[in-house]
Design a protein around this ligand. Sequence first.
Ligand SMILES: C[S@@+](CC[C@H](N)C(=O)[O-])C[C@H]1O[C@@H](n2cnc3c(N)ncnc32)[C@H](O)[C@@H]1O
Length: 218
Amino acid sequence: MSERSRVVIRGFEARYYDELLNLLSLWQYPRFIKHVIGNETEVHEGDKIAELGVGNGRNAILFAKRVKEKGSVVGFEISIDMIEKAQKKTKNFSNITILRHNILEPYPEQYENFFDIAFISFVFHGLEDYEKEEMLKHLKKILKPGGRFYILDYNQIDLKKAPFYYRFFIKKLECPLAFEFLSYPLVDTLKKHNFVLKNRYLHFKDLISYSEFVYTLG
Ligand SMILES: C[S@@+](CC[C@H](N)C(=O)[O-])C[C@H]1O[C@@H](n2cnc3c(N)ncnc32)[C@H](O)[C@@H]1O
């Protein structure tokens, strides 16, 4: 992973991930993510869902409840600290599997053409541009044609027009890749890989975007 990234979560941050996220969002995050997964994501009972960079499993549980027993959620994660947290948090869900996997590398063969949905939340911005391309290349092998790909991340905005606290957060607390992501050609890059934008939802005064792409196979 790039040294310009801060997206692999370990140690203290891993241990208190939920608490830190809740604090940073002034306790709005739990309600927000429930709304995004519950109302802005097209999920059917029985769907198979891949979460790339599953973190501590909070999102995976919300998805597992929607796909019910017939469906399944596989969470791919690189950090052992986060894997331990996710396995503990999701232990009562028989339809969730947490796997150690770097999303910049090819997936295990059994997942080829397997998933109806892929979801990535606050990971994409932390990849170098060439890594984003790698990630998409491997993702296309595991997503079914017509499958949906959801990206929750910072929105592309003019930082000069953003509230001061957000400018401070991006410049002082986030990694350089997050700052660059604010001018990243997200929709065009995804289109080059045959992911066509279907819906885009904006949140937190347009600072955060949730984009739904459909994988069209070219
Ligand atoms: C900011 S956290 C977001 C976690 C979760 N998606 C969420 O929204 O709560 C990013 C997660 O992606 C994981 N991650 C970063 N790079 C990865 C990679 N190349 N492969 C797999 N997981 C990765 C990190 O370790 C971390 O758990």
